[in-house]
Design a protein around this ligand. Structure first.
Ligand code: HEM
Length: 343
């Protein structure tokens, strides 16, 4: 027997209207799918894509969840010594992004040479700090950043014509381990992904990233499915969430639609201006099938993609045992409105 997956509350409207539905076709294959960032995408449910850092109704929940993960497992964060300047660069870049996107609640002000005042009204948190001086911030800059944004962040060093994941705070990994990967090269990290070597996807992405320029952020999406509104499906916690892939095959239809979530990552790729490191920003969105089915073009398209996905890709994504049922569920739930009884 497995324990019930965490958190099954109803979907608040903004999680549907700002959901970055990832499928542009009825067939999904890997590609080097990058595009310039900060372009708004209009969807049948609303819109997404205006900014690198996004605050939604899950802000406090997700920050609390990240804090709990970091408390329980310090291997989810690391800054190799040569990445300290990049960590400051990341902090300033993301605080600027927040202040730009949310001027009513997020404020960054220059108060002297290399001195800054930051105020986050939502958290009632404010600091005056000197760039590069941990004591003035009262925290390691990457850790502090992880208390302000919902996004996970990895920092890549570029040396010897390669990229290395040498720093990060990753608490919501989709079936991988930051603690295991830290220090590895971009090419090594993508070793387990099927197909991509033959297709040249990863080597092309590597060349693209090495040429990335400051102030020209790019983004891409990636997706999988997750059972329950569970952000932390890291390798470390596999014993907790892995058995749900078996359990989900035995629940009734209403429970299936509530528990199975389309999980989408919006990933930003940014060359940091001072350190030259690459910042990889990963934001995870989860939408249950029962909410997805309320948007007709999403319902029909996702059903096609799940059914058609080749077995090796479905297996790698960990959805092979229930993707056919997910597709069938969507096909048979046209106009589905979650009822009060469903909750
Ligand atoms: C997985 C492509 C950037 C870390 C993947 C997958 C693809 C991919 C196709 C398989 C995903 C799936 O089936 O769910 C790309 C492309 C990139 C990019 C095209 C840039 C344009 C990055 C960066 C990092 C990264 C900068 C740095 C941390 C990972 C990890 C996995 C992954 C950790 C999981 C690997 C595993 O199974 O252990 N990537 N990626 N990716 N990517 Fe990337």
């Amino acid at each position: 027997m497995t324990t019930a997956p965490v958190r099954r509350e109803t979907t608040t409207p903004d999680l549907l209207s700002a959901f970055p539905f990832p499928f542009v076709d009825d067939i999904y294959r890997y590609s080097t799918n990058v595009e310039p960032a900060n372009q708004q995408v209009i969807t049948p449910a609303g819109q997404w894509g205006d900014s690198v850092a996004v605050i939604d109704s899950e802000y406090r929940n997700e920050l609390a969840e990240r804090a709990a993960v970091l408390d329980a497992d310090p291997t989810r964060r690391a800054v190799l010594p040569h990445m300290r300047p990049a960590a400051w660069d990341a902090l300033m870049t993301m605080l600027r992004e927040l202040a730009h996107a949310y001027p009513d609640t997020m404020h960054l002000t220059s108060v002297g040479h290399d001195e800054w005042h930051w105020r986050n009204d939502l958290l009632d948190d404010e600091r005056t700090f000197r760039y590069g001086e941990e004591a003035s911030l009262g925290d390691d800059p990457l850790h502090y950043l992880s208390t302000q944004v919902q996004e996970d962040i990895a920092l890549l060093d570029q040396r010897d014509d390669q990229l290395f994941v040498d720093a990060g705070v990753i608490t919501f990994a989709a079936d991988w381990s930051f603690g295991f990967d830290v220090g590895m090269s971009f090419l090594e990290i993508h070793g387990p992904v099927p197909r991509v070597r033959k297709m040249g996807v990863i080597t092309r992405a590597h060349e693209f990233l090495k040429r990335l320029q400051p102030h020209e952020p790019y983004r891409r999406t990636n997706w999988t499915m997750t059972i329950g509104r569970r952000l932390d499906v890291s390798t470390e916690r596999y014993p907790e969430w892995g058995p749900d892939r078996e359990m989900i095959q035995h629940v009734d239809d209403a429970e299936f639609g509530r528990l199975v979530h389309l999980r989408v990552e919006v990933q930003h790729l940014i060359r940091l201006p001072d350190s030259g490191a690459i910042m990889f920003v990963i934001r995870t969105y989860l939408l249950p099938l029962e909410a997805l089915a309320t948007v007709e073009p999403w319902r029909t398209r996702a059903a096609e993609v799940f059914a058609e996905l080749p077995d090796d890709m479905a297996d790698y994504k960990g959805i092979i045992k229930y993707r056919t049922r997910a597709s069938e569920w969507l096909r048979t739930h046209a106009g589905h409105q979650p009822s009060a009884d469903d909750n």
